[in-house]
Each structure stands twice: as C-alpha cells, then as structure tokens.
Design a protein. Sequence first.
Length: 364
Amino acid sequence: MRAMDRKIVLEDGAVYPGYGFGAMTDRVCEIVFNTAMVGYQEVVSDPSYTDQMVVMTYPLIGNYGITDDDFECKNPSIGGMIVCDYNDAPSNFRYTKTLSELLEENGIPGISGVDTRKLTRSIRDLGSRRVIITSIDTPVDEAQHILASTPIPHDQVSRVSSKKRWYSRTSNPRFNVVAVDCGMKLNIIRSLNRFGCNVTVVPYDTPAEEIAFMKPDGVFFSNGPGDPEDVRPVIETIRGLRGKYPLFGICLGHQMIALAYGGSTYKLKFGHRGGNHPVMRLTDGKIEITSQNHSYAVDEASLAGSGLVVTHRNLLDGTVEGMECAGERVFSVQYHPESAPGPEDSVYLFEKFVENMKEGAKNA
C-alpha cells in the first residue's frame, strides 16, 4: 500500500495527512470548502479560487476526468485541492486527461485520503483560515512558521485579469457589451453570446472614458478573486459609468457596484461555495437554487440612501444576494446565473440585462 507522502497544516496546528497528486509543491493558501457533487473541473478553472485551497465535500473526485470543452479559464490559478477519494482512472468518453495531470501541468498541488467531513466541520466552526500543503516530513512548527511569515496577497485580480482587449462575437448580434474582466468565467461570455451580445473583454483597470469610447450598449462587471476593496480601479470605473449605460454585475462585480454606490462589504465566516444555495427573489417570493462562490457579502445596512434596493436574499443566512438601482438600469447578483457548475434557475438575469439595453437604446 502506498505510504502517505503529503499533509496539510492549519494555522491552529491541526494536521491532516494524505496522498499527493498533481504538483508536488508546497503552497500557502486560504482554506475553503465546496459542497457541489459535480463540477470539479469548473471549480479548478474558476479564477475566483485564486490562492484558495478547496476542500471538496463530495467524497469521490476525478472519476470523469477532464474534458477540453468544460474549462472556465485557460490557465487555472486555484491554490490547491483537498479530497477524500481521488480516482486517477476516469470513465468518460469525453475525457482527455486526468485531474492530476491538469494540476501538475499548472503547478497546482492536490491531496487525497483526507477526512474531508472532519475538515469541513472545522472550517464551519472556526472559519476559513490559512493552510499549507507540504511534505509529510515537514515539521509542524516549521510549517506554522511558513504560514505566519507568508504575506496575504492583495493582487489576485491583477494576476488573473486579461492583459489586453479581446473579443467574443456571435452571429446576428443585437447588442455590444463591454465586459470588465476581474477573473471572468468563460460561461458568462458564452451566456452573453447566446443572448445575442457581441462581447468585448477588457482588463480590470480599463477606465470609464476608454469604455465609453467603445460605445457599448451595456457594461458587465465579472466575478473574480479576493477582497473587493482591493480593486479600486473597477470601483472608480463603475462610478464613471453609472446612469450612462445599463450595468450588470456578478459576484465580485456585485460587491464592487455596492462599493461604488457608497455601500460596504464584509468577509463571511466561511463563505458560500456550492451548487445548491436557495435564494429568494423578493419581488415575487420565488425561490431559485443557485451556484455560489464568494467569501465577501454586501452589508445591507450600508445601502440605506445609496439608491440600491435589495432584490434577492439568501435563505440560509439572510445575506444580500441581489440589488438594483432601476432608475439607472443597474443591477447585480452575488451568485452565478451562468452556473458552470450548478443549476440554471437564474439564466433569466441575462435576459433582464438585454431588456435594460433595449430600454437604453429607446431612450438614446
């Protein structure tokens, strides 16, 4: 039987040994968990997981391999993966490589054989915190010293954002959308294309004046990693565009819209990550099952007098999941209507963005 060769060590000294897969490199990250039963490829390739080590609560990971068509970015930047049982012999006619091969190609460490139920309970009880994945032979005090001396990054968005403008066009387009890339999932672009939008993707630090010069019908602000307070250029861009164009934000984009309108955000104890989070649409009481991945939330009290109205609420903890300034044709959601992975209850939000652009064209 193979001997355990890797371990993770948390800030409080807790140690979880296991078997390494992917890249055999040491890495310091924030530890989080995801409750989705499928979609590990989309999780690995979601830029919002930059510098995060993800505990997958579903016990079997890797069993359908990796396919060429299901990536959410070209260069995965997830910090690492922690799983209970890793399957390195996939059964799927579409698969082109194993999960371990993908992680190794991108320098991402993984560990299996971990008691993920115990670890998830620890994160729920004590909150997200820092973790190191390292050799089984690394002394615990040395691992804790590395954890304590490794600075917390604040540049995740600048690392994962596009470095230059690029385009995703569709046949018979109805609208031109500029998408500000803070770590955008590719299925967002696919969704905009399906709704008849040509998409111009721009780096996160593109100023409002440059976006206005492109004469968009609407502007989209994407998901992405890290603290929204660290992404000041995007907040200023939103302030420069609000009231002039229809705006739509998802996840980090939602949080930055709140900040641009004078609201505030705060970090959740362990965040929301998975494909089964119930959200209520407050206009009619309809429940949507949603895909989520975020560490921060909008402070509802801070929205008083901002012009933003809460439109959606999380039924598990009551946090703000959507908001709108109807007079300026601006709206946002904390969750992921494009899914990938997850349910498709909220695809209508892309149609809402299209309707706002139609209304904007009438009033132009």
